[in-house]
Design a protein around this ligand. Structure first.
Ligand code: 6SD
Length: 231
């Protein structure tokens, strides 16, 4: 999988070198290109923003640097890429979308700042990319970088060979995606810690009772925290 990131803060993506994603890059399961949007400007100030038509607060990202940066990505793209545009007005990102994106060969992330990107960039891009405007959640970030990092982590860990133990993928799709319930609580040694004991059933070695207890915990947690997930 190829990932291209367009941003005015390339340093955010240094974090991709860490942990499992860093290993996936080292192992060449993922190729990452980070482009500084200011490299596609031509004025001395390397301006990427301007005042909004129609007035209002804040600044809007100018279309020209975006056009040139996206042209540069397309010039090296063998096929029509996906363009993910993180936005609080996007479709809510979830495990199902992460799974879909994990089957793509080339994803480009357009990380906006200020009040967003001139809308003509999105309109133009629809002719050349499969554009996905995606929201990380109902809160406002300062830009698309943190949202892109979260989405990349959710996608890359699904690629074959990235997770050490693929059993954890099966268990978790049972817990969060397929079944649609929240994860039951987990424990490790010691069996007693600061006066708090691990639930007896987990020490019993009775696999049927353990499974039953976990299912009940999942159901109760989901009812309390995410009643919207229950049928
Ligand atoms: C202006 C952005 C891009 C600003 C964002 C995405 C979500 N879920 N919250 N906030 C966001 C994305 C904010 O560029």
């Amino acid at each position: 999988m190829r990932l291209d990131l367009i941003t005015i803060f390339p340093e955010y993506f240094a974090a991709l070198q860490l942990s499992l994603i860093g290993k996936a890059i080292t192992d060449d399961l993922v190729q990452v290109g980070v482009r500084d949007l200011r490299d596609y400007t031509h004025d001395v100030h390397r301006s990427v923003d301007d005042t909004p038509y129609g007035g209002g607060a804040g600044m809007v990202m100018k279309p020209e640097p975006w056009g040139e940066a996206l042209d540069a990505v397309l010039a090296e793209a063998p096929q029509r890429p996906v363009l993910v545009v993180p936005s609080p007005s996007g479709v809510p990102f979830n495990q199902g979308i992460a799974e879909e994106l994990s089957h793509q060969s080339h994803i480009v992330f357009a990380c906006g700042r200020y009040e967003g990107i001139d809308h003509r960039v999105i309109e133009w891009a629809k002719q050349r990319f499969d554009v996905r405007e995606l929201s990380l959640g109902d809160y406002v970030l300062n830009g698309g970088e943190v949202a892109a990092l979260a989405m990349i982590e959710a996608v890359v860990r699904l690629l074959p060979g990235v997770l050490g133990n693929p059993d954890s993928l099966v268990e978790e799709s049972y817990a969060v995606a397929t079944d649609g319930l929240l994860e039951y609580p987990v424990y490790t040694k010691p069996a007693s810690w600061r006066g708090l004991d691990v639930p007896e059933v987990l020490l019993s070695g009775h696999h049927g009772k353990v499974a039953q207890w976990r299912a009940e915990q999942s159901r109760n947690l989901t009812a309390a925290r995410r009643p919207d997930l229950l049928g």
